[in-house]
Design a binder for this molecule. Structure first.
Ligand SMILES: [Zn+2]
Length: 357
């Protein structure tokens, strides 16, 4: 048990700093010249948004479904200089969709390592290949060789398959979807054991009016808007970048209702009675690691506090900050309040004396 915990902690540590062997064959220079596509991205670093933008070259992202959302997401990540992209789809457009995507993307940015997987993940063989490709290149005791999986599929069954694979591997993933009427969509962050998995809660019907079950029904011709798909792809990749490069905050769930320009967010806890055994297993592991996580968080807070102490005032000086949070009532002279009987009698006597004079 203790050994297991230590191993998991090691995994967590290594996860935080895993170099990809395929990464960095060309420097990401911040030099602003026409031939440098990265100068404007590197400016994110100069402006203090991202600590180290170049780390993007270390990351591998898998995109499942190269349709309206997936192809746009793949192009965005390619332009951002992601290290490695794994593309999955079973469709063909003359050639396989994934090969066509690789051709286009390598023209946009030849620095990205692209892998094409033309397969149907909902078949037994497809699922095995899918799992195998995610696991390939895993190192340092990691279950997978990718940092993030993006689900851009358009049906419930395929989402459940991505959910199954990621629960089995303990792989963090992001889900995306556009509603059947093409006017709303959502993205969702799924961390096995920590957040609700796709099987934990029945597909959501949220304030945005997105019902995943109706995303693509048999025999129904779903509407499609490139704009809605573009917005959802943008939200998805924005959150993928925030997750990978550790800036800002990644919403557990972000909806998009285009009719009202409404973006609801929410959080979803995992269901201990989830029908997916791998999810329940990940939940147990997450709970087992809670004391270690709490201790690490406490140590980090203390380290930050002691770092703050280094900036303390010279000895003898006291820091006095005005307390702007609370309004201080000015001290007013007491004009009212309890007047005891003796005072009243005295007042009465004075009045009587005045009247009688
Ligand atoms: Zn679950």
């Amino acid at each position: 048990m203790e050994e297991e915990l230590r191993a998991l902690l090691r995994d967590l540590d290594a996860l935080k700093q895993r170099p990809d062997p395929a990464a960095i064959d060309r420097d990401m220079s911040a030099e602003v010249v026409d031939s440098n596509p990265y100068s404007r991205l590197m400016a994110l670093q100069r402006m203090g948004i991202v600590d180290n933008y170049e780390r993007i070259r270390d990351y591998s992202v898998a995109i499942v479904g190269i349709g309206g959302v997936g192809s746009v997401a793949a192009e965005m990540l390619t332009r951002c200089g992601i290290g490695r992209l794994l593309l999955y789809d079973y469709d063909t457009v003359g050639m396989t969709k994934t090969d066509a995507a690789v051709q286009t993307l390598s023209g946009i940015n030849p620095d990205v390592a692209l892998e094409s997987y033309s397969l149907n993940i909902t078949t037994v063989k497809g699922f095995e290949t899918f799992l195998g490709s995610l696991k390939a290149r895993s190192s340092d005791g990691h279950n997978t060789g990718v940092d993030l999986v993006l689900s851009c599929v358009d049906n419930y069954e395929a989402r459940m398959v991505v959910n199954q694979a990621c629960n089995e591997l303990g792989q963090t993933w992001m889900e995306s979807g556009v509603s059947e009427d093409a006017v709303s969509g959502h993205i969702q962050l799924l961390v096995p054991g920590e957040t609700a998995c796709f099987a934990c809660a029945p597909p959501l019907v949220v304030a945005s009016g997105v019902d995943e079950r109706t995303l693509k029904r048999e025999g129904v011709c779903a509407a499609s808007l490139p704009t809605t798909m573009g917005v959802v792809a943008g939200l998805l990749v924005q959150n993928a970048l925030k997750y990978l490069l550790k800036f800002g905050q990644v919403s557990p769930y972000l909806g998009y209702n285009s009719l009202k320009d409404y973006f609801p967010t929410m959080e979803m806890k995992p269901n201990p009675q989830c029908s997916n055994p791998a999810c329940v297993q990940r939940q147990k592991e997450y709970m087992q690691l809670k004391p270690a996580r709490d201790a690490a968080a406490k140590a980090k807070m203390e380290a930050e506090a002691s770092a703050a102490d280094e900036y303390s005032l010279p000895e003898g000086l006291v820091r006095e900050l005005p307390n702007a949070d609370s309004y201080q009532e000015p001290v007013a002279p007491v004009t009212s309040g309890a007047i005891d009987d003796d005072d009243l009698e005295e007042l009465q006597r004075q009045l009587d004396a005045l009247n009688s004079s």
